[in-house]
Design a protein around this ligand. Structure first.
Ligand code: ZN
Length: 88
């Protein structure tokens, strides 16, 4: 599923959530599904240069992300929040 398809599903869930009043546990489950799907939309980590050192942070949670000059060594997900990361 690409980012656009995920956004479409999130929009549909939002529409379903708004379309009627759900029991609290069902509403919570739909909200959790939205949050989980949001994590699958990849973001580029923020690369910060500070005092000659390069480091990365997750734009979603601000947690540090291991960073290597070889892109294939870098993680596909943030180890703190599970956000999907893209390096290219
Ligand atoms: Zn994160």
């Amino acid at each position: 599923m690409d980012a656009e398809e995920i956004r479409n599903v999130i929009n549909r869930i939002g529409f379903i959530r708004a379309s009627k009043s759900w029991p609290k546990d069902s509403s919570d489950a739909l909200e959790a599904a939205e949050r989980i799907l949001e994590k699958q939309i990849p973001v580029r980590p923020k690369i910060i240069n500070k005092w000659g050192n390069k480091y990365c942070i997750c734009p979603d949670c601000g947690g540090s992300v291991p960073f290597d000059s070889l892109p294939f060594n870098n993680p596909n997900y943030c180890e703190h929040c599970g956000k999907k990361l893209i390096w290219r």
